[in-house]
Unconditional design. Sequence first.
Length: 544
Amino acid sequence: MRSGAKAAIVGGAFLVVGGGVVYGGYEMLAGDDSSPTVHTQAAPKRTGPPSGDEVTKTAQAFFDAWSKGDTAAASVLTNNNAAAQTALAGFHDDAHVDKVTITASPATGATVPYTVKAEVTYEGKTAPLTYASQLTVVRGLTTGRALVDWKPAVVHPQLKAGEKLTTGAAKNPEIEAVDRQGRVLTKEKYPSLGAVLDSLRQRYGAKVNGTPGVELSIESGDAGTPNRTLLTLAKGRAGKLTTTLDADVQAAAEQAVKRFDESSVVAIEPDNGEIRAVADNRKDGFPASLQASVAPGSTMKIITAAMIVQNGVGGADQRVECPATAIWEGYTFHNLNDFTIPNGTLTDAFARSCNTAFIKPVKPLTGKHIAGTALGQTARDYFGLGQDWKLGGVKSFDGSVPESSGVETAASYIGQGKVQMSPLDMASVSATVINGGFHQPIIVPKDLDGRELATAQPLPGALAGQLQQMMHAAATNGTAVNAMSGVPGPKGAKTGSAEVDQQGKSNSWFTGYGNGLAAAALVQSGGHGGDAAGPIVAAVLRAG
């Protein structure tokens, strides 16, 4: 650039004054031999949170560049240039989104909400696209500049790491999922079924003779994970798929989980294992109802009680000790508020959820203890847990009760340690108790694809009767009585709470049966089982 030229770009790109160029706070002066002399006159790097003015201006500059399709300019305004440029380019090239208008709302601190309005066009098919999201402006660690904190959700609120938006012929043919009475199930009417319906479509769309349409969807990059449809530009022909779900019970489950954040519930018909409802209310969209793998707390005492009875170290009407505390290999376990039950039975201990009575089950006079493999064996042999359940096109976690030793054995008896369950698993446990035997849960009929189902031994008659006695006591005069008060009988239940590291409040668990259904619920950080998970289960059971 010759002497005398003047130019400027706002935003710190470069400034030419006379024969000198100031770039990023550095001045380069051209000499007669055109060799630059560098004078370091850098402005001090800014620190601390971005000001309100910086937040507003940075966000607006980013929105302006994004809406114009200038991915390079938009991405340089983020703290992850490469990832942002790839995602924003894909927004146009892969998702075929154009005519973008972004309207920002007033910032709250460093967070700026906004609405995107655009069009998606693919092979002559066009549909409007509207959604809301938000971004956060942060201080760049190396530059000190105010930058958009890059996350996939900046492009679309449902996007996660490793995912992208794509528009084209749908990956899988469409389905029309119906409940067991032929009533249509849609994710619009039953939002919790979104992930379930996507999975069923992936597995059975072609099998029920559906044809693909044209869609904007979220592609995970994992072949085993179905695309999530965001917008349909052209419909295909939907193949009819009959599920085991019940629209009335599903509607009750959808309403029930709205009462508590981070909650999930599953309902099963005990005499055939058919899933009648699946519902989740979680910010992350994770189907915890089917796939959670967390400690089940005292709901595990159903299986522990079965282990005690089957190993001959106790019975429903047999006297047990329920002291305030119990010591196992130097570790002290407590009852809630250190309560005691003087001269009580195993049924009393179960109904009131006495930890200490279940931690060291000992047969009077013999001092016989139970091996660390017994709980897992009981879970597999009688409750069908840990056997790779095939529900039908839908992923699930089917429980884990690993071999244990030392303190972990005692912890596992009360649903802590390494024991992990999902609401589906604990609903199945209650179903097994009232039915007298295990039926593997399913969500589509077995004859649709001939898949092999897990099996288990029937509960011996004496064992089934004692477990039903204990669960009935908990539901009628124990820790579950308030939640189960309006549920028609015969009924039974078990409450639970599970402590989680670095979580201030325990997870709330509840499982039970009544009115022809069995159900279980989990409320993350919900506290006592009867307080949060209990009302959810009761509401679903009443809809049976």
